[in-house]
Design a protein. Structure first.
Length: 364
């Protein structure tokens, strides 16, 4: 049977890791499977199955902690054609997939996607303990940025893999702009957008404060929020309490983010920390003015219409920066600049496929 690779880290949330994995699956010829911990249909599952991927479903670590690693081992033992495990990580608090793969004799790739984490006392302890073990378990260490690599691997060697996107797909499109503005009845209003999971790290509460300050100075404004998550209702309540319900659009989970970005005028990302957000690469490919917290790695800046802003200067100062920036009138050329910087998903997939091939040759 043909040699295969399996991906760990894909969830039912449509975040940066999920989009990264999708781009790899759809732009390589390597047969790639996924191990997921949800019984629900995952984003793009139909595309994956059509491409030849197999979806292995196991109970989550939370629901069956004592069985989690054994379940992974069973999948790998039952399918000896799987030669490489590509494990996508935001911290070292859970490395069971790497341990299981190593035990079975599968080659291990550890891939860091974050430069920090929202640790509690237990997960911080686990991260510290597992960090040393991680470097011994991984045959290859990859990271989306220098900061993400040092966070997970310390002083060990790692390779930075650029978070490439489909730059043609995310190129500014006036027809998309008109379509989405009609869908949400935006008209000609100044539109900010944010794409990301509703989680504390994304700092939605501060984002709403920023937008409230924008509205005070420029009442004819709209905020488009794409994503879902544990903080959604909390943010809805805050929006309602500030009297902004008519100006903030909760668009939910979308698979046409490229259209949302064409419809917007600016992208705002006040995260507490990030690895190198794929969504920022997409926003720049669309030619959006980007206003980003200075906790995001410097490598994220690919275009001139991109501004790092300290979180501690307050929402009003953020609003001033956003409103004082000139709108980009040449958005159509942005995608070519992003692609030329090496952030095209086909280039990323080609490098990943080389790594898969090299590791397959060294496997059991």
């Amino acid at each position: 049977m043909e040699n295969r690779v399996v991906e760990f880290g894909y969830s039912s949330n449509l975040g940066g890791v999920e989009v990264f994995i999708r781009n790899i699956i759809m732009n390589t010829s390597t047969p790639i499977d996924l191990v997921v911990t949800t019984q629900d249909k995952i984003p793009f599952e139909g595309d994956f199955v059509t491409k030849g991927s197999r979806i292995f479903r196991i109970p989550s670590r939370r629901s069956a902690p004592s069985e989690y690693k054994r379940n992974i081992e069973n999948v790998l033992r039952d399918h000896p054609e799987i030669k490489v495990a590509h494990v996508h990580l935001n911290s070292c608090s859970s490395i069971e997939a790497l341990e299981a793969a190593r035990k079975v004799g599968v080659r291990c790739i550890a891939h860091s996607h974050s430069s920090n984490s929202n640790f509690n006392k237990l997960t911080k302890t686990l991260h510290t303990i597992n960090k040393k073990r991680l470097n011994k378990l991984a045959d290859v260490r990859l990271a989306c940025s220098d900061a993400a690599g040092h966070f997970l691997f310390g002083n060990s060697d790692f390779e930075v893999i650029k978070n490439g996107v489909d730059t043609e797909k995310f190129s500014f499109n006036p027809a998309y702009r008109d379509e989405i503005r009609r869908e949400f009845d935006i008209g000609d209003r100044f539109t900010l957008c944010h794409v990301g999971m509703f989680a504390p790290v994304k700092n939605h509460e501060f984002l709403i404060d920023i937008f409230a300050s924008v509205v005070k100075k420029h009442p004819d404004s709209v905020l488009l929020l794409v994503g879902t998550g544990s903080e959604t209702e909390k943010i809805r309540e805050k929006v309602s309490g500030l009297g902004l319900s008519e100006k903030v659009i909760f668009a939910g989970r979308r698979t046409n983010v490229e259209k949302i970005m064409s419809a917007a005028d600016a992208f705002v990302l006040p995260s507490h920390f990030e690895g190198l957000p794929l969504v920022l690469v997409e926003a720049q490919s669309s030619g959006l003015n980007c206003f980003v917290s200075d906790a995001v790695p410097e490598e994220a800046k690919l275009l001139d219409n991109f501004e790092f802003i300290p979180l501690d200067i307050g929402a009003e100062a953020w609003a001033d920066r956003i409103l004082s920036a000139a709108l980009n009138t040449d958005r159509a050329s942005a995608s070519a600049v992003v692609a030329a910087a090496g952030y095209n998903c086909k280039l990323t997939a080609a490098r990943i496929e080389e790594i898969y091939s090299q590791q397959t040759e060294l496997c059991r």
